[in-house]
Write a protein that binds this ligand. Structure first.
Ligand code: HEC
Length: 131
């Protein structure tokens, strides 16, 4: 027979393990995940935007938007910034890639995948950091 004290200890251990498990189940998936500019956002720009938005590209020539660096992205076009840190709803970058304007980016090409749009949206929402 297990002594009473030990049973109580076992029970407490079981309880706290269950509470921990419940706590991790109840947090919405990915809510606290921080998006990285270097690891997550830049590779999308590099593969889908830089061919036109780099030196010599049509997008760079016509709009002045250089997407080869964080500084270029934050500087925006010749008309001004396209990223409002913390606010993907009004950031032109998000408006254009999500198809919320007549003009869409990338120009004349397949839109970004939904998951790529979400990465950029969350990065803007989290403050558009150079992280
Ligand atoms: C095939 C070439 C091409 C690709 C690829 C491309 N762009 Fe463009 N982009 C252009 C051209 C040309 C312009 C200037 C004319 C215009 O505004 O439509 C432009 C303009 C823009 C503007 C300014 C729009 C405005 O109204 O001021 C933004 C912002 C932009 N692009 C973002 C992007 C992003 C982000 C990507 C990648 C997801 C991308 N572009 C991919 C060609 C391209």
């Amino acid at each position: 027979m297990i002594p009473k004290k030990q049973t109580a200890a076992l029970f407490t251990g079981f309880l706290s393990a269950s509470i921990l498990a419940a706590a991790s189940w109840s947090s919405p998936a990915g809510a606290a995940e921080e998006v990285s500019f270097k690891l997550d956002v830049f590779p999308i720009l590099a593969s889908r935007c830089v061919s036109c938005h780099g030196p010599g590209g049509t997008g760079y020539k016509e709009s002045g938007l250089d997407l080869t660096s964080y500084e270029g992205l934050m500087k925006g076009t010749k008309h001004g910034p396209i990223v409002v840190p913390g606010d993907p709803l009004t950031s032109n970058l998000d408006v254009l890639i999500e198809g919320r304007a007549q003009v869409q980016m990338p120009h004349d090409q397949r839109p970004l995948l939904k998951c790529q749009q979400n990465i950029i949206r969350n990065w803007v929402k989290q403050g558009a950091k150079n992280n």
